[in-house]
Design a binder for this molecule. Sequence first.
Ligand SMILES: C[S@@+](CC[C@H](N)C(=O)[O-])C[C@H]1O[C@@H](n2cnc3c(N)ncnc32)[C@H](O)[C@@H]1O
Length: 1019
Amino acid sequence: MGERLSQLLINNYLADLDRLRRVSGANRESVVREAFKDLLKAWGRSRDLQFIPEHEYITPAKDRRYIDGALLHDLRVPFGYWEAKDTNDDLDDEIAKKFRRGYPQTNIIFEDSTKAVLIQSGVEVIRCAVDDVENLQKLLELFFGYQRPEIADFCKAIAQFKLDLPAVLKALRERIDAAYSESKPFAAAARDFLKQAKETINPAVADADIREMLIQHILTEDIFARVFGEGDFHRENNVAKALYALERLFFRGDVKQQTLHALEPYYAAIRSTAALIQSHSEKQAFLKAIYENFYKVYNAKAADRLGVVYTPNEIVRFMVESADWLCEKHFGKSLIDRGVEILDPATGTGTFLVELLEHFRGRPAELKYKYLSELHANEVAILPYYVANLNIEATYAAIAEEYAEFPNLCFVDTLDNTDALRTHTGQHFGDLIGGISTENVDRIKRQNDRKISVIIGNPPYNANQQNENDNNKNREYAEIDRRIKATYIRESTAQKTKLYDMYSRFFRWASDRIEDDGIVAFVTNRGFIDKRNFDGFRKLVGQEFNDIYIVDLGGDVRDNPKLSGTTHNVFGIQIGVAISFLVKRRGASGHRIRYGRRPEFETKEEKLVYLHNSDLEHAAPDLIHPDAKHNWLNLTSNDFATFLPLATKETKAAKVPGQERAIFKLFSLGISTNRDEWLYDRDRKTLEKKVRHLIDAYNAVSAKEKNVPNTLKWSRNLKRRLARNQRESFSAKRIGRASYRPYSHRWLYQSVIFTDELGLADELFPPTGKNQGISFSAPGSRTDYCVLAIDGLADLHFGAAVDGYQQVTRYRFSDGQRIDNIADWALAEFRAHYGDKAAITKDDIFAYVYAVLHDPVYREAYALNLKREFPRIPFYSDFRRWRDRGRSLLDLHIGYEAADPFPLVRTDLPDERVRATGQTPRAILKADRDNGIIVLDAETQLSGVPAAAWDYKLGNRSAVDWVLDQHKEKTPKDPIIRERFNTYRFADHKERAIDLLRRVVTVSVRTVEIVQAMRAAPR
Ligand SMILES: C[S@@+](CC[C@H](N)C(=O)[O-])C[C@H]1O[C@@H](n2cnc3c(N)ncnc32)[C@H](O)[C@@H]1O
């Protein structure tokens, strides 16, 4: 835990103690002990330890004792104990007395509100006065730092499990495959099961999925039987029964024992941990641990794809309480009232339902009805499905003191269950026939017939996979994706809107599923709040719902690299998180958005403590008035919208010039090769060799191949092209000089097949055509703005690896013809504004635009606009002067290699030792800005770099830094490139690099002069 939070908690404790003493007028144990209890609770929460008051403890002599409090670990083994005494007692006498009565001595704090004593493994470790902040902190840290041997054993067992599992999985897979060919009854039953699974879960289920289900079933069977031995809920469950039946056909007795033998140490650790698990809440959290740990070890990819992460209890409780409050506020009903049906569509371990049951505690009659008829949950993976089933049934049994099967848990793919949406989409997908078990089908049908009022949960939100070689793609969902296209995407103005990630799909599904009056409460990725491509989503949510509440928990590491996922994100991930509540009221019109944002650097623990102590009304206090473009945050009110658009989707798509309403007709994202190491090179010859190799490797793969070999880097597009048997032969004509990074040209092979997204590359910069253009930060970029003139194709990641870059060009090409890319409409607009006398040409416009994009006043005033949309160009008063500035900048930037070298002073200090070994000096390529020095390698440096040179920035780097960066020796990621084509050595390029640096310093200094002069210029 952070220093800040621990001190805050101790200070709160001392203040509480003081207050309680004053209020109670006495130091009575029962009153003042509350303060220490709260301290332990809060500290424990930050470490996922749960505080249980009056903890029942069975002594070794089998006597029952009640300890004032216990903190329980994730695995529900007691982690530590606390015993409070009266100030008037003699604390040491009391300690001795308790130990005689069999109290645990493993890790226990005794305190009497004046002093505290910590005993670990029977030995006193520290004692201090409670107002001795420093020592109290030490005591608590020791207490919370304790590791019980059982936990250590469990962690060891998991490590062992990781090692043994692959062999066991292989054996199990082989057994199942063998059963298909050897056992007719098994093959028939499996076929039947598959048919049913396709209908119930989703049509994409295949034999391999059935096999995986069986494996999950087999591996967890033993664990559940041991932990929940007595009740054996597992064997009662309808889906489990079907899997048992299948399993029995091929996997029994000795065969089973032998196969699972390797996992025995793991099971043994679980057995010993399970033996210590007594109460219901302990079992519940044990299941959570199994859910996350087991799944991640068993199948990390599936765990990521499905979002197998449990939801911290503070979030679940906050959402349940808030949903109840909203229900009351907007519909005059509580969640427990009849007719309010609640569904968790991605239930995981069932935490939301468990919390709802807790929430309804104390109202037995209503609770029973709710449980049997109006609480619903879905899960698509077998292991969580079992866990949820156990968890929900065990919680109900503990609260209601009677066991009742939970009849509303469905084994189903929610997003594929579009039958449930038929009333809204007008689609009817035919009745489900058959099923994993008829009971499961009945359950799904029953759920689909219900009017659901509240949809609550934590749907999965893994972003699209990063790398096609992962083969971990999200499935496609035809119907939901069609709905997304017809709504969120249709209403978006963004160029390439991809909103098929899992959380958008769940939002779409839930919005369609909820009827008239209803609430959707989800905790998800926070991107929808302010990402540009979610503008259509924001617009639609405003139309489909009437009251929107958002608690923005931040923690987006990609937006703010200073954050850390583990420290600042409530799920410990890189993607920011938000909780949203969308309320739809029958007959209501208009919508109100309420929003609250947690401080950027608040830690995960602080956020959870906040949610624990807050409520929705306070957590989302600000009323948001979206602007016309459906922005919710960072609203701008300025005249940007009145300027001339640089480029628009509409003008790009216009069929006739008369429809064009932007300066440039075509624009395109930079080229996205997805295999830069193969398609770019400094050296033309090496590039040719690489491309020939690539073509051969690709041609060696048949179009029918399902499992492509790892002989080259695949991507979805390349796999598609292979399937279509698209081929390409080498052509030297496709090599062009590209603007790869600022002030760093490379040779590029403009391949139609191997370039992942060619965009309009061939129209803007055909390899043999001459052209000029401007590359600029695409809307949504995270790094600082970047604008630069280019004379070859710009790369998608021109100014930063994490961002995309757009480009507009002076000309475009069609069938080998060069055509003007500046619209006649724009020329007419400029002429109308400045008058015919100005005799403005399209070249003038190009230069003028380039000047405006460098204007520091413009860049500052419209910074937020430029982050969100394409530039728009204002008419400044003195057109000629601005055009001339633009021309000077264009000449400088396009012609940078011919700029005068800046007189930097070169110093060489030969490194004799290295020379004696025949090696070249080590490349360093670093700048020392404060002293105006550039260090090239262990021998050479340049000095006298003027301070202004560093001020010329393209994104987050100065021009000089770009040159240095692009000359570094980097180890190629691709092993084939690394071994066969990695010929780059800085030493071979050193002299050219020095020459280039001198010229780029001149360019930088001149650019800064021009830009500075702009500041004072009239506009
Ligand atoms: C983030 S977890 C839910 C965690 C849960 N609230 C808890 O605390 O245990 C998401 C769960 O949804 C399930 N899931 C993913 N896609 C699903 C789908 N299409 N239909 C139903 N469940 C799905 C995953 O298997 C996973 O268990």
